[in-house]
Ligand binder design. Sequence first.
Ligand code: SF4
Length: 430
Amino acid sequence: MNPRQPTRQVTIGDDRVGFIRIGGGLPDASGAPTDLAPVAVQTMTAGYTHDVARCVAEINKLAAAGADVVRVAVPQKKDTDALKEIIPQVSVPIVADVHFHYKRALEAVEAGVHKIRLNPGNIADRAQVNEVIDACKERNLPIRVGVNEGSIIERKDKQIRKTELGKFFDQHKQGHLLALMIAKLEEYLDIFAERDFHDVVISAKSMDAAFCVDVYSEISRRFDYPLHLGVTHAGTRETGAIRSIAALSALLCSGVGDTLRISYASDPVYEVEDGLELLYSLSLRERVGIDLIACPTCGRIQVDLFTLVQDVRKKLAEIEIPMKVAVMGCVVNGPGEAEGADVAVFAGDRRGIIYVQGERVANVSEAEILDRLHAECVKLQESVRAGDAKLGEKVVEIIPPDPIGELGSGFEKIATGRVESRSELTVGKS
Ligand code: SF4
């Protein structure tokens, strides 16, 4: 992991919903140093903003899932009118996503929104942009300048443009698009600089993960504003997750990115869950709740592990501390793989042996594993909160029991010829 690139810092929010800081590391306008803020997770509502009750319910659901900031679309005046009723009922900063009509931005500012997103591809009139900048400046509201590959219009002279602009990035298969996005951003940001407005976040999304990596890397070299990462129109959770994570993790590992949205064509709660998991996995955010380790299963499996892991995930959702929990399908490789867990269960012959902070606490039947594991996790959480235990200190470090002896695991397989020899049991790979 490279260290995070320092940027200017932007703050979104108010006294009621709280403040979310984006980026940092460079001095603020008064010259005072700023700390790097944790990478923030954003998402966008999927329903109509003018349907006030549904919009409020959706925003609150996304906030409960862990969204730091929620964006809403405001294509019509009735949407910006609705913001006046929505904002007092929610507990996270709200961003108005504005396209085509600069007046929607002015109305959203009036309604009390916390940030505006403008698209240089469809609000380009300098006088109109200046009006929005002035309205935001008066209320200390940041603006995200979000350029999208989709809003770069290919012209009749595409081939000439490709040759002319492509030469600036001749190593890149879409060099001319890269040049156009950066030129558009530079041109747009000049309007902001002329107004001495620097409360800016930049994004430059594409549906091509490799292109996203290149364009964001280039932008981070050229501008010192914080970056909002995203792969746009990534697809469903099944297809979009890999596309998004491929681009975002490459950028985050290189130190680029201050806030992100993973976009799926499905419930935006998944965008929040997966965005947070990405940041937890890269140690860019402090985990809230359990860190679940589970074996992928193999021919040594001793219980219905797929069902058990899903049930464990759901049942332990109430645990709020970053407890490492391991669910392992057998005792052969399980102990080694679960090393470092605070709580672990190893399956054997339709049973589960449960360890808490290195101590063996139970040996229960398959049907009892879930409830006992849950009870042990709740108990450990209470002990940690009372100061009687500390996470990660006394972890599972076990000499595995004889797989054929105590638990009986493996015996049948050897007997039926599914495992050739004892050595295969003990050196099997996951
Ligand atoms: S050997 Fe590893 S993958 Fe196979 S069941 Fe045991 S713990 Fe799971």
